[in-house]
Design a protein. Sequence first.
Lengths: 251, 426
Amino acid sequence: MLEIKNLQVKLEDEDKQILKGLDLKVEAGKVHAIMGPNGSGKSTLSYVLSGRDGYEVTEGSATLEGEDILELEPEERAAAGMFLAFQYPVEIPGVGNMTFLRTAVNAQRKARGEEELSASDFLKEVRAKAKTLKIDADMLKRPVNVGFSGGEKKRNEILQMAMLEPKLCILDETDSGLDVDAMKLVAEGVNALRDENRGFLVITHYQRLLDHIKPDVVHILANGRIVKTGGPELALEVENNGYAGILAEEA
Amino acid sequence: MALPEVKQSATEARLLALTLPESGCLKAARQAALSRVQTMGLPSRRDEYWKYTKPDTLVQADAPKAAVFHADEVPMFNAFERLNIVFVDGVFDAEASDHLEIEGLTIDRIEDICCKDIHWAKDLYGVLEARGQTPVERPLAALNTAFASDGVAIRVTGKVSKPLNFTYVHSDENSDAILHHVIRVESGAEVTVLENGPAASRFNKCMEIDIADGGTMHLVRAQGRDHERRAATHLFARLGTESVFKSFTLTVNGVLTRNEAVIELTGDDAVAHIAGACVGDGDFHHDDTVFITHDAVNCESRQVFKKVLRNGATGVFQGKILVKEGAQKTDGYQISQSLLLDDDSQFLAKPELEIYADDVACSHGSTSGAIDEEGLFYLRSRGVPHAEATDLMTLAFLAEAVDEIEDAEIAADIVSRLEGWLARRR
């Protein structure tokens, strides 16, 4: 599904290399977790994949089902099936959450040559999905993420993911700022979306989230590279020994 | 004091091109207004109040030519019941207008004020305009009072069931229209007035609105899409106890627009909201000049102005709240913001507060900015194409001003007009 080869990325504004030859393959139906210390390049990876400005790819490639995504605009990547759940979802005053969702769903359908969802079908679907995420009617009416609590923002990300039904979901530190109950709710939302045709890349600092979203593969990212790959037990090792232990081992 | 020579000659040139209408009982009011013009002189670039807007083309003897714009779209405010009053190049068109009779109000042309002996109108014509000349001079409004060739006098005595809809048609590329309306909203009465259309190549419009205790008036304007038209409008409103006046103005296109609003809160617990949204592309200069005087206790005033500017368009905001001695518990709010879609456009803002009471809450703010890149990326990352995402963000920026319109149907009409404008410019 997602294949990243020797990806090297630097910041556009300063001459600083963040990713230094990253290789990664996420198969359909699998959940891959990326863990790593602060500054290892985790968020950069998620932003480069989703097409945010400010990063320059100096080497390497990233393909989604064989298509080179690095050449695409952010909206084209979304239409191709990529979704990033933001670490810090953006507040957009003046744009209603519902309007935003409908615009996004229909824009993607249009880009793929599919028919737009009718207002009533859309409403039915969004209500049903919002309910399982405990998102009430008021949250749907309010401007996008404005005045939402940390938990509400993350649930709103998962709602968008559920509505857009992407092929590849990237979750960037989705656990940050969540209490235990909110984390469970978000994890349930993600787990409900797991199926054999969809791949997940879960970026996190802590093993905690991975108790709820069980990964198939765990990677350790350090200094712009994947330094170790293993099964779920690798996450536990991080929890017990910290990154320092693992990095020393690899050095 | 004698006027500077340049101003003197410009004023004389303009006055020479005009004739004082025969108007019986309004003659004194028109003569007095003419004297005010002669004393003040018409605006020139050196005037402080015209620092950001060149008045030349508004003052010169002949109206600059303006092509008539033919839009193949449904007229504004078409989707609901209303009473239509039509002016073509500044002349009342009885054929195109509805029969001007509706419960709760009377409408007469100003030329009939004298023969019908309409006392209230005679007593109001030019009065609020004259009051509005201090502390800042507004010579174009005095010029209007003196030379207005048409307009209506509306007296509202009850709750009017449907809005009055003024449609100002522009049909002659050399037209130069001066219209003057006087409106009196009696105690407890309520009315919604709509205005739309460019009116003329050059349009000087003055509206004097006197709202008695407990009266309510909503005014929503859409100033027409003709690219080359020029307009100077004045709104003078006096508010009695517990009265309400809410106005919203949409401006799309037009090479030059100066909208002045002069509001006096003279009765306790009165409420005045003045809002505006404008979108300008290229050769576009838009000026909102507002002066709100709090002269009573516990009144609320609110100014919300939003401007979207691109390709070298210019936006101006001069807004003042004056709180007089004794106007305690005043609640004044003022915000003016611009969204600059490129580096060539500019926004000039002069927010002012002048307060002589010690128990008031007044706040003001003014910002200029580009589109929020974070928000734009967020929308795009969800699959919304760049152009559509920009439009969404632009409408979101304007929303705070559009939200000032209370009637949902009218607001929807304004939003669809904005959406159309944006979509045509992708």
